[in-house]
Design a protein around this ligand. Structure first.
Ligand code: MN
Length: 372
């Protein structure tokens, strides 16, 4: 495949300097309409303003949510690499006290763009946030976001609060990386294999390997474009899902041994839950970010619509992951408890014991689903 072949279906945004992207006479809509790769509902003038701001900026500061997942980090690093190649000065970070890329995501290209939060610009002229529904999710970098002259917010959480000066928010997007791909097309930025690897990681993690209900035709079409850029879907899948330290098996076994089913929860729709104390992880020297996949085993349970895994982090707070099979909106319940997320996948942080936390979560579910 010739380099840039994947870009041929992506006409550049009008006026965008794009020496590497062949213009797409067949794909470009008449009247200079910009590319529409997806069916995103971001208003036209939002895209236009974002393109203007980014093109005019010599320096761009990127940030994603704390404890970054594949979509947050992939979206940020993918756009970051493309902007750097376009001649911008790029800084990227996330506001965790323990600043480290999760092991699962260390294969991502572009990590040389990352700086610790302490080295981040205090008052960026132009800042772009990725996959964060609230400014609080920027952690240590929330004050920098508050002082940014312009803050573009690329996100797809329905719970997004509308923070920032320019929202590029669409809850129908399967991943934030879908919004980033559209933005890149409008900027006329080419998607090479490294950028594609980052954007695909966001897409494949947020759709659960194209299994979740958010997997639209547009998501599959984006995947096809990215695969055409030369990435290795098998290698990415192995990094993300098919490997783990031996200690993970032990910790998973303990967590599964503790699983409980509460058939009366959510008005009888049922709930399965467990918890992972930090002592379990300490016994097997397992870092916090390795237990993210426990929920994917727990949520298999037949006869329960809701699954919950409480994970104690290194500071002693409980990070609560919740999933629903669709009858229950866990995003609403988590938002009521100070967190956020999607209908079928959401989370919140708790500083009380697992039992007390679950009592509050059950009560939040009961607000929408009273006992029959
Ligand atoms: Mn996401």
């Amino acid at each position: 495949m010739t380099p840039g072949a994947g870009a041929r279906t992506r006409p550049a945004a009008p006026g965008a300097p794009s020496p590497e992207t062949p213009s797409g006479p067949s794909g470009a809509a008449p009247g200079g309409q910009a590319a529409r790769l997806t069916d995103l509902a971001v208003p036209e003038d939002g895209w236009r303003r974002a393109v203007e701001l980014i093109q005019a900026a010599p320096e761009v500061a990127l940030v994603c949510h704390v404890s970054p997942d594949g979509d947050a980090l992939g979206s940020m690093l993918g756009l970051g690499m493309a902007l750097r190649r376009a001649g911008k000065r790029v800084t990227a970070s996330f506001g965790d006290r323990r600043f480290a890329v999760p092991r699962l995501l260390r294969y991502l290209p572009g990590q040389e763009l990352l700086v610790p939060p302490g080295d981040y610009p205090a008052e960026p002229e132009l800042m772009i946030s990725f996959d964060a529904p609230t400014v609080d999710r920027l952690g240590l970098l929330a004050p920098n976001a508050a002082k940014a002259r312009e803050l573009i917010v690329a996100d797809h959480h329905p719970s997004n609060t509308g923070f920032g000066t320019l929202p590029l928010v669409d809850a129908s997007a399967a991943s934030t990386s879908m919004i980033v791909e559209e933005l890149m097309a409008r900027l006329g930025l080419p998607v090479d294999r490294d950028v594609a690897t980052c954007l695909y990681t966001g897409l494949v993690t947020d759709t659960g390997s194209f299994r979740h209900s958010c997997t639209t035709p547009a998501a599959h079409r984006m995947a096809a474009r990215l695969v055409e850029a030369g990435l290795r879907t098998d290698e990415i899948a192995r990094e993300l899902w098919d490997r783990s330290p031996f200690g993970y098996l032990k910790v998973l076994g303990l967590a599964l041994g503790r699983c409980e089913v509460d058939q009366d929860a959510a008005g009888g729709l049922g709930l399965v839950w467990t918890f992972v104390p930090r002592a379990d992880r300490a016994a097997y020297l397992l870092p916090y970010d390795e237990v993210e996949g426990v929920i994917d085993v727990v949520r298999r349970t037949d006869g329960t619509d809701v699954a919950v895994v409480l994970k104690e982090d290194d500071e002693g707070a409980w990070q609560v992951s919740t999933r629903s099979k669709g009858a229950v909106d866990v995003g609403r319940a988590c938002t009521a408890l100070g967190g956020g997320g999607h209908v079928r996948a959401a989370g919140f942080t708790s500083h009380t014991s697992p039992e007390e936390t679950m009592a509050r979560f059950r009560a939040a579910l009961a607000a929408d689903h009273p006992s029959p």
